[in-house]
Design a protein around this ligand. Structure first.
Ligand code: CU
Length: 336
């Protein structure tokens, strides 16, 4: 069986209830009208023993057969509806074993009237949650401050965001390139109504590429006057990136590069596999420039520009900017 999305499930529950409700309504009203017509007042009313007389309670005639039949049919309809709906909701609550693929895990954090999304590789997005098409997404929702509630009406998703707790749910978006609105469904403060966002759906192969690019780092140098250093190929250096929590990961999260990886005093690092904070060290072979030491946060495309001071000067400035689309995208989160 094809894995059903939440939208499919709730759509079929709605359709079945609508169809049965319509059927029952038509039967009841038609039968009422039929009887009203059949037993209408007419001059040549025949004597009919089964008809109630004025003041007598109707038995339904024929020893209560009709009564039994209508109760029986109603009971069958109601009980099978309850069982079927319950089964559907059990699937919504715990569909894991029906998934053929591993779901994409995303941690959703509501904080100060904005949502942020952390992926398994450590990439963090704010405001926009990017997900693959036709692929189960498992979300763990929590809050950094007060109670919020994460909801995407289009996808029939809602989960409470409570500090210190994780509310888990899932969804499948089956429409590539669509955008779905995220809203907060818990009155959480004066900017509650602006606490929204977007779910962006990418074709599955594009999603993988997108996720990898999230951890790209670009580093360039400039001289103290803000001009690019024009010594292409002449700088001899060694650049090292070491994950701050290196010991906690199985693989070694250490990356090193030399001047050969630079082009025009710029290096584009694309092979980082785990996001987070990295200690950066740049050592210059001939000690013509001071060693650069910094801690950078690799959670979204980052570019760093380092001003290289001559080694006899005590000056190492750094300039950090984040070239992500969101202007308020910052590395440490939590504020705003
Ligand atoms: Cu909120």
């Amino acid at each position: 069986m094809q894995v059903q999305t939440r939208v499919d499930v709730f759509e079929s529950i709605f359709q079945v209830f609508l169809a049965l409700g319509t059927l029952v309504g038509v039967v009841v009203i038609a039968y009422t009208l039929y009887n009203a017509y059949k037993y209408r007042d007419s001059d040549d009313a025949k004597a009919d023993d089964s008809l109630p007389t004025l003041g007598e309670l109707p038995t339904g005639g024929e020893g209560g057969k009709k009564l039994f039949l209508s109760f029986g049919i109603s009971a069958i309809i109601v009980i099978s509806l309850v069982i079927w709906t319950y089964g559907m909701l059990l699937y919504v609550e715990d569909p894991q074993e029906d998934f053929e693929e591993e779901p994409v895990d995303i941690e959703v954090v509501g904080n100060g009237f904005a949502w942020s999304f952390e992926y398994e590789n450590g990439a963090v997005e704010r405001g926009t949650m990017t997900v693959p098409e036709d692929h189960p997404v498992a979300i763990q929702v929590t809050s950094g401050d007060v109670w919020h509630s994460f909801g995407v009406p289009d996808l029939r998703v809602k989960a409470d965001a409570i500090p210190g707790e994780y509310d888990e749910t899932w969804f499948i978006a089956d429409d590539a390139d669509a955008e779905h609105r995220i809203q907060c469904f818990e009155l959480c403060g004066d900017q509650h109504t602006q606490m929204d966002g977007t779910v962006q759906v990418l074709p599955e192969d594009e999603f993988e590429g997108w996720l990898d690019e999230r951890l790209n780092v670009e580093i360039e140098f400039e001289d103290p006057d803000g001009e690019p250093i024009n010594e292409t190929g002449e700088l001899e250096l060694e650049l090292e990136l070491v994950h701050v929590d290196n010991d906690e990961y199985e693989e070694d999260l250490e990356y090193s590069y030399t001047d050969e990886d630079f082009e025009n005093n710029t290096i584009s690092i694309e092979d980082i596999e785990q996001g987070g904070d990295y200690n950066l060290t740049i050592e210059f072979e001939n000690e013509e420039f001071e060693t650069v030491e910094d801690e950078i946060s690799v959670t979204s495309p980052t570019s760093e520009t380092y001003t290289l001071g001559e080694s006899d000067e005590e000056e190492t400035e750094e300039d950090e900017n984040d070239d992500d689309e969101e202007a308020n995208d910052s590395d440490d989160g939590g504020e705003n």
